[in-house]
Ligand binder design. Structure first.
Ligand code: GP9
Length: 414
C-alpha cells in the first residue's frame, strides 16, 4: 500500500503542478454534461459517403470545441461499464470482468462524489434497465444523487434497444433544466449498439455499396447519433444551458465489426497494422467550453482516464489528493511525457505505439511509428515508457481489486 500511495501521490503532484495553469478554475461553477456515446469510433469523424457527411454535427462542433484527434478508449471486457469507470474514476478497469459487477462495493475517487462534495447536483441518465452492468449499485456507491434509468423515459421513438437517442437527449435536458445548478450530468447513449438495427423512419444516410453490410448499418447508426447530438445542442441552447455548461462527448469503445474489407471500402484505402489499431482503439473526444474557447483540433494524445481530471481542472477543483491516474488535457501546454496505457498492455506517447505480442512471450511485440504511418521501429523507441506502463497497470490492479483507497487516504493523512 505504501508503494502504491507513493505512485498515486506522484500522479497527484503532476496534476497539482498543472494547477498553476490559467485554465485551472477558468470555468468554476459551470454545469458539466458528459455524453458517453455507444460504440462511437474516431474513424468516422470528418468522413463522407456518397457526398454526404457522416458526422455533420460533430464536424460543425469542432469549429467551436476542442476536438482531440488522438484519444484512446481504455476498456477491456467490461466494455461500456469500463469506459464509464475510466472516465468518471480515472482508474484502469480490470483485465477480466467488470469493476461495476465485481467491485461495486469498493471505494473510488470519482467525479459524482467529488462534485457532490463541491455543491453539485449529480445525475446519471441511461434509458435502459438499471441493473445492467450493476449500475444501480455502482452509481449509488459512486455518489450520484439520481440515476435516471429506463423507467424515467417515455419510449416515444424506439431505436435499437430502447428510446432513440434524439428523444433520450430531449427528455434528459428537460430533466436537467429542472435540477438545481450547478449540476453534473452523465449520459450514456444506446442507439448505436451492435447490430445497429435502426427503423427505416430514422435512416438518413445513403450508404451506397455498403448498404446491407454491418458497416453500412453502423454508419447509418452513428449518423443518427450525430444528429441526436445536434438535437442535444439545440435543446441546451433552448433551455439556456449552452453558455454555462461544459459539454464533453466521447466514444466508449469499438463497434465489434471484424470485416476489415468493409472498413477499407468505406475509407477508400488498404489498412496496415497501425491503421487497424487506431480504428479499434481511438474514439473521438470533444470538449465544448461555455465561451467556445480552445476550439479546433488538439493533436495531443489522451485517454478516457484523463476525462475526470480535465473536468476538475476546468472547474478549479484540485485532484492532487484524489487517487486518480489521469492528467488534465486542456492546459496551456500539454503535459510532458504523457503516456496512454491501454488495458491490454499497449501504450503510446502519440508518436510511437507499442503492441504487445499475442503469444505473451514478447516475441511478437512491435513498436510502430505513428508519425510515419505505422512503420515498425526498434523496440528501444518504445522502451522508455515501459516503467510507467508497469506502474500504472500494477498499482491500478491493486487499488481496484483490494479496495485500497480508504487505506491510501488514511496513509496520506498521516
Ligand atoms: C446497456 C449497454 C450495453 O446498458 O450499456 O453496452 P455494451 O457494454 O454491451 O457495449
Amino acid at each position: 500500500a505504501a508503494a502504491t500511495l507513493d505512485y498515486m501521490q506522484s500522479r497527484g503532484e503532476a496534476r497539482k503542478e498543472l494547477e498553476q495553469d490559467k485554465l485551472f478554475g477558468a470555468y468554476k461553477g459551470s454545469n458539466a454534461i458528459v455524453v458517453q456515446a455507444e460504440a462511437f469510433q474516431n474513424f468516422v469523424v470528418g468522413q463522407s459517403i456518397g457526398g454526404q457527411e457522416v458526422t455533420p454535427n460533430i464536424n460543425k462542433l469542432i469549429g467551436e470545441s476542442a476536438y482531440f484527434s488522438q484519444f484512446y478508449h481504455q476498456t477491456a471486457q467490461g466494455r461500456t461499464s469500463d469506459a464509464d469507470f475510466a472516465a468518471n474514476c480515472s482508474m484502469q478497469p480490470v483485465t477480466n470482468g467488470s469493476v461495476f459487477i465485481m467491485y461495486a462495493q469498493h471505494q473510488f475517487d470519482c467525479t459524482p462524489s467529488i462534485l457532490k462534495d463541491n455543491g453539485y447536483y449529480t445525475a446519471a441518465f441511461h434509458a435502459y434497465d438499471g441493473g445492467f452492468w450493476n449500475r444501480n449499485n455502482m452509481y449509488a456507491n459512486m455518489g450520484y444523487d439520481q440515476f435516471n434509468s429506463r423507467k424515467s423515459f417515455i419510449e416515444d421513438e424506439h431505436v435499437g434497444w430502447t428510446v432513440g437517442d434524439k428523444s433520450f437527449f430531449t427528455q434528459s435536458v428537460d430533466l436537467m433544466a429542472k435540477e438545481q445548478q450547478p449540476f453534473y450530468s452523465f449520459l450514456i447513449t444506446l442507439s448505436s449498439h451492435h447490430p445497429f438495427t435502426l427503423p427505416d423512419s430514422v435512416k438518413e444516410l445513403n450508404t451506397g455499396e455498403l448498404d446491407g453490410t454491418l458497416m453500412g448499418d453502423y454508419l447509418q447508426a452513428v449518423h443518427y447519433v450525430d444528429a441526436a447530438l445536434g438535437v442535444l445542442v439545440e435543446q441546451m441552447k433552448a433551455k439556456g444551458l449552452w453558455d454555462n455548461t461544459i459539454l464533453v462527448f466521447y466514444g466508449d469503445h469499438d463497434n465489434s465489426i471484424k470485416e476489415w474489407d468493409t472498413f477499407e471500402k468505406f475509407l477508400g484505402k488498404k489498412l496496415n497494422k497501425l491503421d487497424r489499431e487506431m480504428i479499434l482503439k481511438q474514439v473521438p473526444l470533444l470538449v465544448h467550453l461555455p465561451d467556445g474557447a480552445q476550439a479546433g483540433v488538439h493533436p495531443a494524445v489522451g485517454g478516457q482516464l484523463d476525462i475526470a481530471p480535465t473536468i476538475m481542472h476546468l472547474l478549479g477543483i484540485s485532484t492532487a489528493d484524489q487517487m486518480m491516474l489521469g492528467t488534465p488535457l486542456l492546459t496551456e501546454k500539454p503535459a510532458e511525457h504523457k503516456v496512454i496505457v491501454l488495458r491490454n498492455g499497449s501504450y503510446t506517447d502519440g508518436h510511437v505505439y507499442y503492441m504487445p505480442s499475442t503469444d505473451g512471450l514478447g516475441t511478437g511485440s512491435q513498436c510502430l511509428s505513428i508519425d510515419t504511418g505505422g512503420v515498425a521501429v526498434d523496440l528501444d523507441e518504445c522502451r522508455p515508457m515501459t516503467q510507467q506502463v508497469h506502474d500504472e497497470l500494477s498499482h491500478s490492479d491493486l487499488i481496484v481489486t483490494n479496495d485500497l483507497i480508504p487505506e491510501l487516504h488514511e496513509l496520506a493523512a498521516t
